[in-house]
Write a protein that binds this ligand. Sequence first.
Ligand code: DGJ
Length: 321
Amino acid sequence: MDKFVLGKPEEYIQWYDDEGNIINASDGGVIYVDGKYYWYGMKMREGGQGYGEMTTTGVVMYSSEDLHNWHYEGVILKCSDAPASDLYGPLRFERTKIIYNKKTKKFVLWTHYVKYPGVHAREIGTAEAGIASCDTVNGEYTWHGYVRPVDNRGAVKDSTLFVDDDGKAYFIYDRVVGQPKAPDEDRCIHIVELTEDYLQPTDNYRRIEAAYWREAPCVFKHEGWYYMLTSSISGWNANQGKYCRAKNILGPWEDMGDPWVGDTDGTSFHSQGTYVFKAGDQWIYMSERHNTENFVHCSAIWLPIEFTGDGTLQLTYQEEW
Ligand code: DGJ
C-alpha cells in the first residue's frame, strides 16, 4: 500500500500493523528518527466508555519506513504492578507527545497523566503533566513524575509539545480552573516554555485567548507562521475544528476559524486532531476517530495540510491520497 485510504467520510477504516493486529496507540504522535517514523500513543484496553479509555499497559510504539507499513516496537512507558507506583494502572497517558533534545541527546515525553484509577477530576494526581525520557526513541522511558505548570490550581487536560527553530520547547495544554461545569469553570489553552533539558516547565507562559474553551491542540510552524489546530470540548464526541495562528510562539494568536472544507455537520469528519508532523515537504494532520463502544477499535484519518496563501490553511477530506 502506498496510499492513505480513508474511505467514505462515514467509513471507519481500521489501521493494522504488519502482524495483522489493530494499531492501538491512542491520541499520540509521530517522530522521525534516522530514516524511520515512530508512531506512539496510549494503548487503550478493551471496553467502552468508563473503562476502555484507560490503560493497564502504557504507551506503545510502532515504526515504519514509509508511513504505511507499521511494525510493533513494544511498550515504551510501562504501567507498574506496584500499587504505590505512579504507574499503577489503570491510569491515563492521554495525548502523549515525544520530542528530541539536541543538547541532552534525550527523547523527552510529556503526557496528560491521570493516576490510578484513571478518573478525571481536579485534585492533584487526576489531571497532570507527566514527564519521562529515554536515550533512544524506542527504548524504555524513565518516569520523572508529574507537575502542574503555572500553579496547582490549574488542572492539566489535553496537551501537546512543540520545539521551535531556536531549540526552545513548549508544553501547550488546556488549563482548567474552577469547578466542573460551574459558572467559575475556566478552560483556556496555555503555552509554557520548558527548561533547557525539556524536563520541567519554566515561569514563562501565556494564556491563549484565541483558544479559549478549546482542546486537542496540535502546533507546528511553517514559513514564518505558528499554527495551532484545536477541537471544541465535547468529551469523546467529535466536534468542529478551528485553528489559530501567530508570528510569535507566545502570541498574540489570532483565531482563523474552521480549517475543514465541507464540514457540514461540524464534526471535523468524525475526528479529533492529535498531531501534525512533517514527512518530506508534506505536513500531515493526524486525527483520531474515537470509538466509545470499544476504544481498542479507535481509527484515524491522516490528511495533507493545504496552505492557501498569506498564512492560511485548510483540510480537505480525501477518500485516498
Ligand atoms: C476530549 C479529549 O480531547 C480526549 O482526548 C479525551 O481526553 C476526552 N476528552 C475524554 O473525555
